[in-house]
Design a binder for this molecule. Sequence first.
Ligand code: HAM
Length: 430
Amino acid sequence: MPPTAPLRAARGMRDLLPDALSTWREVLGAAREEALRYGYREIEVPMLEQAALVERGVGGDTDVVQKEIYRIRPTAEGGSTPLVLRPEATAGVVRAYFEGRLNQGPQPVRLWTAGPMFRHDRPQAGRFRQFQQFDVEVIGDAGPAFDAEVIELTWGWYRALGLGGLSLELNSIGDAACRPAYLRRLRDYFRPHAVRLGPDDRHRLETNPLRLLDSKDPVLVELREAAPRITDALCPECAAHWAQLRALLDAAGIPYRLNPHLVRGLDYYTRTVWEYQHQSLGGAQNSLGGGGRYDGLAETLGYPPTPAVGFAGGLDRTVLMLDEQRGGPRPAAPPALLLLPDGDGLDLAAAGLARAARQVTSVAADYSRRSLRAKMRGAGGSGARWAAIFDDGEARRRVVQLRDLDSGEQREVGWDELPALLMTSPGGPA
Ligand code: HAM
């Protein structure tokens, strides 16, 4: 058989290598900490869901459902329920809230989760087919204070990471009481210009004219400036919610920009919507995270009407922006101690010594057959704190030469004293 070309990751999928993962862990750690500080409880929902949950939840006419869903073929053994890889977590979390009877305890229920989502879009910078989200949801209360809380929590997350260049875009898109009349006005406004629109946007004009407002098409960008604004057309309840939310955000000192063209790409939103945009994420990919209120979603999924609000932040894009701001990822932490046996036949001693030292710190033994010079060169560039070197004679005397790789200082240390010494050294685990 002739050799084949090396197999590569599937398009749009990527590996997170150790150095990339150090920022990743930091971003996720800060998310978890922020969620816990606000009393959110962690939940895990499956990556596979019934297709109907996503189609009805996210909306059959959205790009996500129309173009980006990974559908799973039933296996040979059967399984006729069509399944999909989840493109987002909200619909699954709402389903779990009812199935897990969380609706029967004290309300609202504050939840958070994180994990991979899947959307089959054309891959480009900041857009992947498997990506991860940090997701928070508050289910069971319609009050604007919960919208403000989720915004404050997520704003605090970005602040804790020290991420600059963010703008918080805010809008209200009304509800079932006021939106239909507004949509009629919007259609009336755009219809005379339909000939200037592409086929997709002409279709949206009839099915979901709100989406014309956030189109990147220069014709629409120009036309929307004079379009009627939904925030001028809210019913009294939506208007009161909108005013109270802004008062809460003002009191919290959170800067936001009112963006009448922000409508979001998923169908379940009512009233509040928001997005965190980053200046250096280009074009369509400038959203770092987004959320909103979705008071009608539970009913769409066949459950009792239940108001809710939530947010999802893209971890991939957040890590990308943070690394860019810092001039590259921080390297993954190396082990603190490298054990460098000098000569053959020392594996057993090195493994035993490493085992003892691991009681107090991280240790890697270099079992390779390279020369000591080569091992030392590797140790010098590794970022490790110490190297412990020993040859056959030293193994018989049960000692190592312990070298401080920063200062170059070296001293002889007995095997039995090594763990205690590492423990108490400046910069050591103690
Ligand atoms: P979304 O705006 O579709 O909202 O996604 C949230 C974030 O996920 C985006 O701002 C972006 O950072 C990230 N993201 C989305 N697609 C990709 C992709 N292909 N590659 C990389 N990152 C991506 C939602 O998913 C809603 N479930 C948010 C929500 C929760 N609303 C209420 N509760």
